[in-house]
Ligand binder design. Sequence first.
Ligand SMILES: Nc1nc2c(ncn2[C@@H]2O[C@H](COP(=O)(O)OP(=O)(O)OP(=O)(O)O)[C@@H](O)[C@H]2O)c(=O)[nH]1
Length: 328
Amino acid sequence: MIKVDIISGFLGAGKTTFIKKLIKEIYLDEQIVLIENEFGEIGIDGTFMHDSGIEITEINSGCICCSLVDDFETSLVEVIEKYHPDRIIIEPSGVGKLSDVIKAVNEVNSDELSLDNHMTVIDAKKCRLYTKNFGEFFNNQIKYASLIILSRTEDITEFQLNECIKIIKEHNNKANIITTTWNQLTQETLVAAFDHSDNLRNQLFNELDICPECGHNHNHEHHHNHKCKHEHHHADEIFTSWSKQTPKKYTKIQLETILKKLSENSNYGNILRAKGYVDSFENNWLYFDLVPGEYEIRIGKANFTGQICIIGEKLDEQKLNNLFDEVA
Ligand SMILES: Nc1nc2c(ncn2[C@@H]2O[C@H](COP(=O)(O)OP(=O)(O)OP(=O)(O)O)[C@@H](O)[C@H]2O)c(=O)[nH]1
């Protein structure tokens, strides 16, 4: 049997960072293939992970649970035939619904796959904001998780942490919630959290009554019709992405000025995530990550060209293009 893990979580929650930790500390003896589904057109994460020798299959420009469901099945079957790994880790796009991804995995026509952990990474700092603004996606990722991992707990007050846990428990009061900051999470503590989630998963599955049409859990016929009509949005009805490939060089200060504007200014649309890498005037490239209110620039290896990817709501493509092109 090939085990399948799904690691969901909203845009920028820390999925990729957590997967790296899992591979290094929990799955170190297993042969792993990672299937990444990016909502944007460019697979940015792939380049980071390749260095650790993990096979990566990327499915970009849409969502494996709606527009790319056939591509997803094809990729899974290809991965099984080509690599016969011990485990396949699926990283859905941040705007995917976990119930849809579980459903897509269950529908793949193969006796070799068995769904193992389906966990969700939640940015503890943004829990309240995201449940309010993007609840349809965010709450679904909470509800269907067998294990929940909080990120950025080092940056929040006890009050914020309790509030975040309260929100999570409103949607899922069974899953273990990992609240420890990631640099303190040891192999033993992770294993303990996973063991508990093993028991829970079976329980959760019995309770999952997933609608065959829309992938949602509905217990009553009446609710069923209502919810399918009014609540089931596809990610691309709400979120948009803008990508650009560019050979342009930036100084660190120039890139910082751009990211600062993106994180503080609503002129460009509601920016929820930006990431990519660009050439610099030094002998290295600048890799960047942005979520609302914070950004990070790291030094990295050259790539074949620079790539920028932005995801948000109502993005102003012209203004974004000018921002990256007309650098002072
Ligand atoms: N301070 C802090 N930063 C974190 C933590 N987890 C993730 N980050 C940062 O958050 C940014 C996004 O992390 P990723 O792991 O790329 O998030 P993701 O969920 O894969 O993002 P998507 O690409 O949108 O799917 C990066 O800059 C990480 O370094 C955390 O626990 N603490």
